[in-house]
Design a protein around this ligand. Structure first.
Ligand code: NAD
Ligand code: UD1
Length: 344
């Protein structure tokens, strides 16, 4: 059993990962400022994990940029064995409008966290990176050796934190670091109790399709029907959030049981799915229509991004187990039971 600090643990990926880690017997401190989440998600995690009290899940409201908040989080447990760092901002379009804010929260926030780790003698971290680092990939499937060439401020901040972690590791090789590059995380816990709850109009395809199916939006706009893909619509590697959560557990297990190392791993399924294929799978899972129109391409989109996940399979013994239909089934259970997300 390890004592872990989860930054951003109330968010979409953090809440699912917290549940998986609690079920694995770990003890958690979550630090979150709830700028893009609700404390309700962690109440539900606690119930799903069958916790009778707060002993194994302590929640601290605070900001990763505030050293006093970080010290409170590290002080909440006798010692913290490792950190999983989800806290950050993630909307690409917003990052173009507000680059300073993105650099402050994502890059400066990570720097503050790493400084606090040094203060508290904790040198194990799993960092939420992103396939957005690959920009317009030259070859698909994409391996970790592909060039890092982000094309927006959000991606630049992720590349900067990856570099910061590499620099820290080069200076102090006793650090244990995993930089996990997620492809497209979607779906929900099969109970439908926790899931993705985007504020406003969703930027991403899966929550948009879910909201069309549940009647919150009239139709899907498909961004481009003339891409060089089999059906002309964009192809992505959608990964069930529970597979992703299990990938974090596997990465952490490896870091805590091996010699210190710097891991850089894609977390994806290795399978491509088009916009129209995802919409059809959601219709089949939900029994609801997902009407759509094809509109212009979205600036900054790539035709196809699919992971080569073989390094994670080799080093972690981890691979995705859930299909696109599992993703749509579980996403629909969440969306239909919580049509307004956590705003009940
Ligand atoms: P999310 O917004 O649901 O979760 C992020 C959490 O961090 C939220 O609970 C938010 O309140 C918290 N937070 C934000 N700023 C904070 C701060 N200054 N101090 C403390 N807490 C703060 O996002 P998510 O989808 O769960 O993503 C988690 C991480 O994974 C992010 O770093 C994101 O960039 C990365 N990522 C996400 C995706 C995706 O598609 N969801 C893809 C690749 C990478
Ligand atoms: C987007 C981000 C990426 C980020 C990822 C996180 C952009 C340009 N890229 O990636 O940096 O890491 O989210 O999950 O924002 N689509 C539609 N209609 C919609 C929404 C999307 O047709 O309403 C299409 C897109 O053109 C794309 C596919 O659906 O082909 C997936 O889009 P999305 O869910 O936004 O993910 P990414 O573009 O992969």
């Amino acid at each position: 059993m390890a004592h872990l600090l989860i930054t951003g643990g109330a968010g979409f990926i953090g809440s699912h990962t917290a549940l998986v880690l609690l079920e694995a017997g770990h003890s958690l401190v979550v630090l979150d400022n709830f700028s893009n989440s609700s404390p309700e998600s962690l109440q539900r995690v606690k119930a799903l994990a069958g916790l009778a009290d707060d002993a194994r899940l302590q929640v601290i409201e605070g900001d990763i940029r505030n050293p006093a908040d970080l010290d409170r989080a590290f002080g909440a447990a006798h010692s913290i064995d490792g950190v999983i760092h989800f806290a950050g901002l993630k909307a690409v379009g917003e990052s173009v409008q507000q680059p300073l804010r993105y650099w402050d929260v994502n890059a400066n926030g990570s720097r503050c966290l790493i400084e606090a780790m040094q203060r508290h003698s904790c040198r194990t971290i799993v960092f939420s990176s992103s396939a957005t680092l690959y920009g317009f990939p030259e070859t698909v499937p994409i391996s970790e050796t592909a060039p890092v060439q982000p094309i927006n401020p959000y991606g630049h901040t992720k590349a900067a934190v990856e570099q910061l972690l590499a620099d820290v590791n080069a200076c102090e090789p006793s650090w244990r670091i995993a930089r996990l590059r997620y492809f497209n995380p979607v779906g929900a816990h099969p109970s439908g109790r926790i899931g993705e709850d985007p504020g406003g109009i969703p930027n991403n395809l899966f929550p948009f399709i879910s909201q069309v199916a549940v009647g919150r939006r009239p139709q899907l706009q498909v961004f481009g029907g003339d891409w060089p893909t089999p059906d002309g619509t964009g192809v992505r590697d959608y990964i069930h959030v529970m597979d992703l959560a299990e990938g974090h557990r596997a990465a952490l297990d490896r870091l805590l049981s091996h010699e210190p190392e710097l891991l850089t791993l894609n977390l994806g399924s290795g399978l491509g799915c088009s916009v129209l294929e995802l919409a059809a799978a959601f219709e089949a899972a939900s029994g609801k229509p997902v009407p759509y129109t094809i509109v212009d391409r979205r600036p900054g989109d790539a035709a196809s991004t699919v992971a080569d996940p073989s390094r994670a399979a080799e080093l972690l013994g981890w691979r995705t187990r859930r299909s696109i239909s599992d993703i749509c089934r579980d996403g629909w259970v969440w969306q239909s039971a919580n049509p307004q997300g956590y705003d009940v």
